[in-house]
Write a protein that binds this ligand. Structure first.
Ligand SMILES: C[S@@+](CC[C@H](N)C(=O)[O-])C[C@H]1O[C@@H](n2cnc3c(N)ncnc32)[C@H](O)[C@@H]1O
Length: 208
């Protein structure tokens, strides 16, 4: 079988392909300029809902876990005045984010191992990262329970209209996700357009 040339690869080849987790984020950011079309910020309904949650609960500081190229952190900053700290497992993404948004702070860090370093933040934001940390979700939730009591967890996550291939044993829609999260649900929003194959969601929890 012939090898796929790097210019013909899409983000699926580096992240989740045919239902298998690959997780090669470093090479993804090296080979593809704008993975997930982050610069145009798709899933706008959920992103705006996330910002509304931050405003509703008068949240003062945010750690964005898996901040990628930093576009959502920047959008949050413009709308709320909060300057999120963005962390990402990919150094390549962090270097690019820092160049794009020199007014914000970004740091290479793995959310599955490093969360304890960020206890000072009021809100932990997972924006489109949950699928990539599924095996560690329970231990992350345990750590949040122990070390972040009283703070907020905000999750923006896309679900698929019947075409999800990965993580089905965890959850396949927002209600199943809410059931899975061991914290008190404070607010949730779900939206889609008829032609979309995805459903955008944003949900916020008090960590208890
Ligand atoms: C779909 S992008 C989301 C980017 C941004 N949060 C947004 O919503 O536009 C997912 C990001 O999660 C990062 N990521 C994956 N696993 C991670 C981990 N264990 N710790 C930190 N970041 C991680 C990837 O490198 C990637 O930049």
């Amino acid at each position: 079988m012939s090898e796929v040339k790097s210019e013909d690869r899409t983000y699926h080849d580096y992240v989740i392909k045919d239902g298998e987790f690959i997780g090669d984020f470093e090479n993804l950011y090296r080979d593809i300029d704008d993975p997930w079309r982050q610069s145009s910020q798709p899933n706008k309904y959920a992103r705006i809902a996330g910002i509304t949650h931050l405003k509703n609960f008068q949240i003062k500081s945010v750690l964005e876990c898996g901040s990628g190229l930093g576009y959502y952190a920047n959008w949050i900053h413009k709308e709320t005045g909060i300057a999120p700290l963005g962390i990402d497992i990919s150094k390549e993404a962090i270097v690019k984010a820092q160049k794009l948004f020199p007014n914000l702070r970004f740091r290479v860090s793995d959310v599955t191992t490093d969360l304890l370093k960020y206890k000072q933040f009021d809100c932990i934001l997972f924006s489109e990262i949950v699928w990539y940390i599924l095996p560690d979700l329970n231990s992350i939730f345990e750590l949040l329970t122990k070390e972040f009591k009283g703070k907020y967890l905000l999750v923006n996550q896309v679900f698929y209209k019947g075409t999800q291939q990965y993580g089905n044993e965890f959850f396949t829609n927002l209600s199943e996700f809410i059931e899975y999260v061991p914290f008190t649900l404070l607010g949730a929003s779900e939206s889609t357009m008829s032609e979309d194959i995805t459903i955008e969601t944003s949900s916020i929890y008090r960590i208890d």
